[in-house]
Design a protein around this ligand. Structure first.
Ligand SMILES: [Zn+2]
Length: 184
C-alpha cells in the first residue's frame, strides 16, 4: 500500500522502482521545476517543491534510508487501514483464529495476569502466525459496525506481517450482545 504524498509520489515513481529509475525521475522532476522555465510568481512555491524533490531523492537513493522510510510507510498505512472501510477485503470471524492465553510469569501472584491474543496462519502466504491480534489491538483499533443491525459487532483490519495481505476480522463484544438480549 502506498501512502499519498509519499516520496515516491513526489518523484512520480512506483515504490518498487530501482535506483536508475529513481535517479531519472529525480532529474526529470528537477528540470520541470527549474526556475528558468517558470514565471516569477511561481518561484516561492517551486522552491518548496524542489526542496521536497531533493529530500525525496536523498532518502530513496540510499538503500538504508530507503528501507527505513519504507518501514515508516508500512506503519502509516497500517494505521490508515484502521480507519478505512476495508471494502473488498476477505472477511474472517475471530472464531477462525486460534485463541492463545499466555501463562503468567512465575513471579506474578496478582491473579490479574491475563494476556490473550488470537493468531492465524496467513491464508495467502501460509506464514505461521502471519496474523496476530492482541486484546489491545481489538479494543483500540476495532470499529463498531451498526449497518448490519447486530449488536456488539465490531471489525478490525489487520495485515499479514509477511506478505502484506489485509484481512477484515469480525468479532463481537459479548457484554454488549448480552445487554441487548436482556433488555430487548
Ligand atoms: Zn501472508
Amino acid at each position: 500500500m502506498k501512502a499519498h504524498g509519499s516520496f515516491y509520489d513526489i518523484l512520480g515513481v512506483s515504490d518498487d522502482s530501482d535506483l536508475i529509475a529513481i535517479k531519472e525521475a529525480y532529474k526529470r522532476k528537477l528540470l520541470a521545476y527549474h526556475p528558468d522555465k517558470k514565471p516569477l510568481h511561481h518561484h516561492m512555491e517551486d522552491k518548496t517543491i524542489v526542496n521536497r524533490i531533493q529530500e525525496a531523492y536523498a532518502v530513496l537513493s540510499n538503500q538504508r534510508t530507503r528501507a527505513e522510510y519504507n518501514e515508516g510507510l508500512t506503519q502509516q498505512s497500517k494505521r490508515a487501514g484502521v480507519v478505512s472501510d476495508g471494502e473488498g477485503l476477505d472477511m474472517f470471524d475471530l472464531d477462525d483464529f486460534k485463541m492463545v492465553q499466555e501463562e503468567p510469569p512465575m513471579d506474578d501472584y496478582s491473579n490479574s495476569y491475563s494476556r490473550i491474543y488470537w493468531e492465524k496462519d496467513c491464508p495467502r502466504c501460509s506464514t505461521e502466525q502471519g496474523f496476530i491480534l492482541t486484546e489491545t489491538a481489538l479494543s483500540e483499533q476495532g470499529t463498531k459496525v451498526t449497518e448490519t443491525g447486530e449488536s456488539g459487532r465490531y471489525e478490525v483490519l489487520a495485515q499479514c506481517n509477511s506478505c502484506s495481505l489485509w484481512l477484515k476480522i469480525i468479532y463481537y463484544d459479548l457484554d454488549e450482545v448480552d445487554d441487548t438480549f436482556l433488555h430487548g
